[in-house]
Unconditional design. Structure first.
Length: 314
């Protein structure tokens, strides 16, 4: 199920029979495809009815969320299961109980645990000590649930993503890293156009290159988007980042506007995980324009995650 070269992911975790959904780069492509296919089945009404009846998902949030929280709650209920939302400040982890102990205890009550947190090491610790599947609902490193919806959305609009060109424009953040993981797994070309001081971690690029991923880096967004099938961006200030004039100054040339979209393929789609900041990373004209698929992308969080849940728990 897992590849054995994940960054910092312990051997015991990689060998675990439990089907955690921690990061795309440590899950086999066939498993990721199975999740997307399951999700499409639920979307088109051919999926199994109530496959998760009697199952409970605990959802720990150490950061805010709109899409992730609502799509997981609705998705779990549509699959016949139920959810418990646990906000960090209301839990004993807010007063110092360890993640490991929390994992052990929650595993006695629920069938799966989803967490949104800052530190990827906390996600790994949760998975190491849980005896039920753990789902990564965003860390400062990655956001794999979002990419499952993004690949589904790309393929609904433009056909198979394999061999296509996706261009990331903007901050080299957790979404950029997860697009890189997706490029490795789904075999498409990823062009990363980030300011030099806000590029994605070097070790992520090195590992992707070593895995044979077609990844190109350029600080010039106009050069980057030439021939793009998809242009994608995200907020300039992720949760946990320090906002500031310098960050905005560095990212100003990376705003996705109509002029930049005009340099991409005429059929190129525009994607953004949302929430968007109109006038910063993307203009209203692009976000609301005919090439934007962001609302389908948001909807597909629901469908894709139903596939993830059934893969983990089915
Ligand atoms: N895209 C995404 O994960 O949105 P939320 O932060 O609202 O969950
Ligand atoms: N990069 C953003 C994604 C939000 C869904 C963040 O981490 O805040």
């Amino acid at each position: 199920m897992f590849r054995d070269d994940g960054p910092g992911v312990g051997k015991a975790l990689l060998m675990s029979a439990i089907k955690h959904f921690l990061d795309l780069d440590i899950i086999e492509t066939a498993d990721l495809r199975q999740m997307i296919d399951l999700g499409l089945g639920f979307k088109n009404g051919t999926g199994e009815v109530a496959p998760l009846a009697g199952k409970t998902l605990a959802m720990i949030f150490e950061k805010p969320s709109t899409r992730t929280r609502v799509s997981f709650e609705v998705g779990m209920k549509q699959l016949g299961g139920q959810t418990i939302v646990l906000n960090h400040d209301d839990m004993q982890i807010g007063r110092g109980e360890t993640i490991a102990d929390t994992a052990r205890v929650l595993s006695r009550y629920v069938d799966a645990i989803m967490m949104r947190t800052n530190d990827p090491d906390k996600m790994e610790e949760l998975a190491q000590h849980a005896s039920v599947p753990v789902i990564n609902a965003l860390t400062d490193r990655s956001h794999p649930c979002q990419l499952m919806a993004d690949v589904m959305t790309f393929e609904e609009h433009r056909g198979a993503i394999e061999g296509r060109k996706v261009v990331w424009v903007g901050d080299g953040n957790n979404m950029a890293v997860t697009w890189l993981h997706a490029a490795t797994k789904f075999n498409f070309e990823l062009c990363l156009s980030c300011p030099a001081d806000l590029s994605i971690p070097r070790e992520e690029i090195e590992r992707a290159l070593a895995a044979g991923t077609k990844v190109v880096e350029t600080t010039d967004p106009v050069q980057a988007v030439a021939g793009a099938d998809c242009v994608v961006t995200d907020t300039w200030v992720s949760m946990g980042d320090q906002p500031g004039e310098r960050r905005h100054r560095l990212l100003e040339p990376y705003r996705v506007d109509e002029a930049l979209m005009a340099k991409a393929d005429s059929n190129a789609i525009f994607m953004h995980c949302l929430p968007a900041h109109r006038g910063e990373e993307v203009t209203s004209a692009v976000l609301e324009g005919s090439q934007s698929v962001v609302w389908d992308e948001a909807e597909n969080r629901l469908h894709a995650q139903k596939g993830v849940l059934v893969w983990c728990l089915g």
